[in-house]
Design a protein around this ligand. Structure first.
Ligand code: HEM
Length: 502
């Protein structure tokens, strides 16, 4: 009797929901199918392996490009692909949309009090300190040197070896290793001549970051948050592994900080992040957390974008030819033929357009959430309650015809060349976030991506091993399921006159 009654109730609620949605066009009526008590948990569960496509479809059908997701075990979530809403939360009413405690809960063990995981005064102070790290001078001196050294030591020899042997290379893995080593060189000075060595190989540190980031991301995606909290309290399963990997990361960085203090006391010539934090009175744990945030920010984002970029180049050989012509015109005057320098890279419009278009369709940060400090109403009329999660959704926004036109899902870099000189509004294209908390590393990211794209395309041809369309997986940072397996051919040497011709 009881099961029959439950079935009837579910049926009645489903019918109610269908009619309610059909009869109204207001944004907050647009929501996945919902049932008493469990909310949309059932639909959420069925779509858990394709949340991006599911949300994108629901958002495209919603007149205001906003949906509300309510389910048992999770807080009410407003997901928006509406540029006016995005501007409101990231700039207009910035103070009301901190990351909030739920975010800190999920990522707190990994990120501690680092810039990614704090709000208010603590965030502002770190942002001011960190912004020095992204000045043009540091970019040119430190980042340029790190890119050159890593290309010479790792990336180019690996591709050369694959070209010589015919072996298959996973570009995604190669690019991730490259980005990790570069960010460690930039933030820790690791492996630099005369700098403090880490106590363990970079590859072990990278593996610890990988595991810790993946487990933390799974916490955030769990249908019911209590599940990982219980495992953490008991110290079992993935939560135990997380604890062990965090110990590897924290020990290595703390040892580095202490070693650096002893062997390289702060002086007038020291203007790196570590020294500036120490001079500002930050304790070692706070410096460690800042370093972890810095490494997390810089490691997987550029490699994710570049993986999709190289795959798209293999599909669109006409675009690849245009990019390669620009690269060849821009290569520096040195025989080894490694990537373009900062000045040249700033002038590369075609490559810039191809990278922007890649990230429009495959954004390294597919979605990002804040938590409302107080009740609010978004510009499209959606009600936000105190404590609600509000998610802006770069992946879905990149595919909205209402923003990009009927060809929104096509890869067409040329659309970027015809845009207004000020470019597209960051609230329509929040790939680097927007407003006061916009990505600090945007320029560094473009410099790095252009360096790698030019180093690879100038010297090598890549052929994908599989013909299927790869799957986009949105963890903390997105990646390609199974990697990008390619074979490599060395290109004949290119003629260039040693000047920047564009
Ligand atoms: C294609 C590459 C990149 C993309 C798409 C990207 C995107 C983003 C996004 C979406 C955020 C906001 C995250 C949030 O608040 O939850 C962010 C913040 C940040 N990014 Fe990037 N990023 C990239 C590369 C980099 C690099 C190479 C660095 C250098 C270390 C960097 C440093 C930062 C920092 C420090 C923040 C925190 C800003 C703040 O909270 O005030 N990013 N980035």
């Amino acid at each position: 009797m009881l099961p029959l009654l439950t079935c009837c109730l579910f049926l009645l609620y489903s019918l109610y929901h269908v009619f309610a949605a059909a009869g109204s066009s207001s944004s907050h009526q647009y929501a996945p199918r919902s049932y008493p008590v469990v909310g949309c948990l059932v639909d959420f569960y069925w779509n858990r392996r394709r949340l991006l496509g599911w949300y994108t479809g629901l958002l495209a059908a919603s007149p205001s490009r906003t949906i509300v997701v309510d389910r048992l075990g999770a807080r009410r979530t407003v997901v928006t692909a509406n540029p006016a809403n995005v501007e409101h939360m990231l700039r207009g009413n910035f103070g009301n949309y901190p990351k909030g405690k739920p975010f800190t809960d999920v990522l707190g063990d990994l990120l501690g009090g680092g810039i990614f995981n704090v709000d208010g005064e603590r965030w502002y102070a770190q942002r001011k300190l960190m912004s020095h790290e992204f000045s043009a001078r540091v970019l040119r001196r430190v980042v340029g040197a790190a890119l050159e050294r890593e290309a010479r030591a790792g990336l180019v020899p690996a591709l050369d070896a694959a070209a010589a042997s015919g072996a298959v290379v996973d570009m995604q893995e190669l690019l991730r290793q490259f980005a990790f080593n570069v960010i460690c060189r930039v933030s820790l000075g690791a492996k630099d001549p005369g700098c403090i060595e880490l106590a363990l190989p970079l590859s072990r540190l990278a593996a610890a970051f990988d595991a810790a980031a993946a487990i933390s991301a799974r916490r955030g995606a769990a249908p019911v948050a209590a599940a990982w909290k219980v495992k953490r309290a008991l110290g079992v399963g993935s939560e135990r592994q997380l604890r062990d990997e965090l110990k590897v990361i924290h020990d290595a960085i703390m040892e580095f900080i202490r070693g650096s203090r002893e062997k390289r006391p702060a002086g007038r010539d020291r203007d790196d992040l570590l020294s500036r934090m120490a001079a500002a009175g930050y304790p070692d744990e706070a410096i460690r957390d800042m370093m972890v945030s810095f490494i997390m920010a810089g490691r997987d984002t550029t490699s994710s974008a570049l993986t999709w970029f190289f795959w798209l180049m293999t599909l669109h050989r006409d675009v690849e030819r245009e990019v390669r012509d620009e690269v060849n015109a821009c290569m520096r005057d040195h025989q080894e033929g490694f990537g373009v320098d900062l000045e040249c890279s700033r002038k590369m419009r075609v490559l810039h357009a191809a990278l922007c278009e890649t990230m429009r369709l495959y954004p390294p940060v597919a979605w990002d959430s804040k938590h409302a400090a107080e009740d609010d109403v978004l510009p499209d009329g959606t009600r936000v309650g105190r404590g609600d999660r509000v998610t802006y959704f770069p992946y879905g926004m990149g595919r909205m015809e209402s923003i990009w036109g009927a060809d929104a899902c096509e890869f067409k870099p040329r659309r970027w060349l015809t845009l207004h000189p000020d470019g597209v509004s960051p609230f329509k294209y929040p790939v680097f976030q927007a407003g006061p908390r916009t990505c600090l590393g945007k320029e560094m990211a473009f410099a790095q991506m252009k360096f790698v794209a030019s180093a690879v395309l100038h010297q090598f041809d890549l052929r994908p091993v599989a013909e299927d369309t790869p799957v986009f997986v949105p963890l903390l940072t997105a990646h390609m399921a199974g990697g990008l397996k390619v074979t490599v051919r060395r290109r004949p040497p290119q003629q260039h006159n040693g000047t920047c011709a564009i």
